[in-house]
Design a protein around this ligand. Sequence first.
Ligand code: 8GT
Ligand code: MN
Ligand code: MN
Length: 338
Amino acid sequence: MSKRKAPDNSDNLNRDLSDFLIELANYERNVSKNVYKYNAYRKAASTLASLSYRIKSGDEAKKLPGIGDKIAKKIDEFLQTGKLQKLEKINADGITAPINLLTRVSGIGPAKAKELVDAGIKTLNDLKENEDKLNRHQKIGLKYFDDFEKKIPREEVQRIETFLNASLSDSDPRYIVTICGSYRRGKAESGDIDVLIAHPSYTSSDSDGKKKGLNMLKSIIEHLEQKELIVETISMGGSKFMGVCRDPTGINKFFRRLDIRLAPKDHYYCAVLYFTGSDLFNKNMRAHALQKKFTLNEYTLKHLTVEGIPGEAETINSEEDIFKKLGLPYKKPEERNS
Ligand code: 8GT
Ligand code: MN
Ligand code: MN
């Protein structure tokens, strides 16, 4: 995955407001560790960012979903003074700013960032001098810090998609390849590239499925290294690869974060849905599933008994099937951005 960030629509008329809410959200996530407040600030920021008009007061904002008294007050303070006391204080505490900086390194989460800052490591230079305190992922995150912060234009993802399809079908034409994430949701730019792969010969009922999946994923990765698309491996689990790639046409020179997942064919549509996101959309959909006595994850959709025990996996032959079984109107990927 890539780091959660501010809503990025360029014509955001409330940019200053959504920015300060995201700053507050990051503080709650990275420093206070209050997930509830983190989500509340993020939701409010995303609501304001999606408006087609400029918010003029806290009272006006309060009519919107997810904006209550406290956030409305902050909006008023910001509109009247151009700043926020709370943020001024946070930014002066000597801890929050470096923690926020370090969490921008791929692989460094809030807990690790705090540990580093407590040890006096507060800048990227400090990190370089203390590489022994970093794991493989974090080292790669540091090495490509600037590149990983750059957004990937849609045309570049398209080029990589074409290249991937060609390279994989050249090793086996039956591979099914889908680029998910923000790209599939129609975004003009992405933070990373999320590739989902399946193959008709690999299903969850295979007796030695785990081994088969891992071997298949390994051979895919080796092939893509040979083709000089993949340049580094961050981690490689049973069904999940995290690494670094490069635009194989050479048009764009930046190093990009690449996630590849291999799904058993019968789990494919649940995997597509999950891997397309957005993560907020997934959360809402899973909550809705629970209300309908289903449990939904990246693998399967299952009915829950009255005791809350999951039954057999439903047969799913499309993303539409999942929505239908949950009694929801189908949403196209472009409609899943919040
Ligand atoms: P992006 O352009 O910033 O990459 O936006 P994105 O494509 O929507 O975000 P992502 O972080 O690449 O995640 C894409 C989907 O992958 C998410 O919707 C989520 O369901 C799934 N996902 C993973 N791993 C993780 C994870 O560790 N955390 C989160 N939040 N989501 C994850 O595959
Ligand atoms: Mn990702
Ligand atoms: Mn992504």
